[in-house]
Structures are given as structure tokens and as C-alpha cells.
Ligand binder design. Structure first.
Ligand SMILES: N[C@@H](CCC(=O)N[C@@H](CS)C(=O)NCC(=O)O)C(=O)O
Length: 221
């Protein structure tokens, strides 16, 4: 009997990047071990497996590390390609999916972090940037049920973990995403009907509490 290669995921708490890897593994039905990292006291394994950035997530497949969440999701899609493809096979649509997943990292993540970290004028700019990036995503979504079209795909995996952070952004920024991007919220609720998503995403209140705690500990006013 051929032994299956061991899959280990290094992740941490409410990281949206770690959630991407978990959702992709769940979509593919891959059995894996999970190791929670304390990012204030990184394990020797994390430092050895991601010596460049020393960040989670890291997927360790048969002893070999794969770093960066979008690269991990793409790797999972390539290695376990027989079930539930996440990236389209068509080259143009594949390029489009990569573009929008990168947009989530460059625009959505960047602005979302500034919404809860900053205050005053800086926060107002962050709110504007964040909502604008969501509106642009909503434009790309159009009337499709998922970013991947009729099926849940790469861009959906890239963006949906942010949904459990919406309560945090909304509470710090005093706005409601649904008032600006109702279609995006319908999309998020549709994704939540998938077990891979609902079982991975954290509770919005728990995320908020952890952010409050983080700010108290690490960001002095
Ligand atoms: N671009 C990376 C971002 C990963 C990332 O920022 N991970 C954070 C947790 S959310 C981390 O490990 N931070 C530890 C550090 O910065 O030292 C990805 O997509 O995987």
C-alpha cells in the first residue's frame, strides 16, 4: 500500500490568510494536521519552514514547505486537481482570478487593517479605500453567484475569510458594509452555506474581542 504524503498546516488564531488554506483543504477533502502558532513566540518549525518571512500560514506537504496563502491555495488546487477545481482551466480566466485575488491582498487587506489600527482622518481615508475596494469587487462579481462563476473558486477562497472580520471593521469604523455593498453580503451569506467556509470562519465577536485585546497590548495611543 502506498502511504499518503503527510499534510501539516501551521496557522494562527483569526488569520484570514490561514483560513484560506483551511477552506481550500476542506474543499478538497484533504486530511491534515494543524499546528497553532503563537506569533509572539514563533516555533522553531515555523522559523525553519518559512525562514524568509517567518509568517503563517505554511503548508508542509511531505516535509516540504509552501508559503504565502494564495500560493498555498493554488498548490492545493494543483496537487489535488481531481476534485473541485478552484482555478479555472482557461488561461484567460485563470489570469483574471489571480488578478482579483492579488487585488484582495493589495487593496482590501491593506485598507481593512488601517480601518481598525488608525484613527481620525487616517481612519476616514482607510474606510473610503476599504469600501471602494469592496465596491470594485462587487462590480467584478456582477450577477454571478460566486467570483468563480457558478462554482466557488479561487477568488472566493481569497476573499471570504475577511467576512468574519467585517464586524470588527464596521464597529471600529462605524459603517455597515451591507449599506454600500448589498450584493457582496449576499455573496458572503451564500458562501457561508458551504461547510468548508462555515466551519472555518471565526465568530465575528471573537475576532473583535481579539483585536481589542491586541490593540491594548501592542498599540499604545
Ligand atoms: N502574504 C502573506 C501574509 C501572511 C501574514 O501576514 N501572516 C501573519 C498572520 S495574519 C503573520 O504570520 N504575522 C507574523 C509576523 O508578521 O511576524 C500570506 O498571504 O500568507
Amino acid at each position: 500500500m502506498v502511504e499518503e504524503a503527510k499534510v501539516l498546516l501551521l496557522g494562527s488564531g483569526f488569520s484570514m490568510f490561514g483560513m484560506r488554506a483551511k477552506i481550500a483543504l476542506a474543499e478538497k477533502g484533504i486530511k491534515y494536521e494543524y499546528m497553532e502558532e503563537d506569533l509572539t513566540n514563533k516555533s522553531p518549525l515555523l522559523q525553519e519552514m518559512n525562514p524568509i518571512h517567518k509568517k503563517i500560514p505554511v503548508l508542509i506537504h511531505d516535509g516540504r514547505p509552501i508559503c504565502e496563502s494564495l500560493i498555498i491555495v493554488e498548490y492545493i488546487d494543483m496537487v489535488w486537481h481531481n476534485n473541485y477545481p478552484l482555478l479555472p482551466s482557461d488561461s484567460y480566466h485563470k489570469a483574471q482570478a489571480r488578478f482579483w485575488a492579488d487585488f484582495v491582498d493589495q487593496k482590501v487587506y491593506n485598507a481593512s487593517r488601517r480601518v481598525w489600527i488608525s484613527e481620525g482622518d487616517e481612519q476616514e481615508v482607510a474606510k473610503k479605500d476599504f469600501l471602494q475596494s469592496l465596491k470594485q469587487l462587487e462590480w467584478f462579481l456582477g450577477d454571478k453567484p460566486y467570483f468563480g462563476g457558478d462554482t466557488f473558486g479561487f477568488v472566493d477562497v481569497a476573499l471570504i475569510p475577511f467576512y468574519c472580520w467585517f464586524y470588527t471593521y464596521e464597529t471600529f469604523g462605524n459603517f455597515k458594509v451591507e449599506e454600500v455593498c448589498p450584493k457582496l453580503i449576499s455573496w458572503a451569506k451564500r458562501c457561508m452555506q458551504k461547510e468548508s467556509v462555515s466551519e472555518t470562519l471565526a465568530d465575528g465577536n471573537d475576532v473583535y474581542e481579539s483585536v481589542l485585546d491586541y490593540k491594548k497590548k501592542f498599540i499604545s495611543n
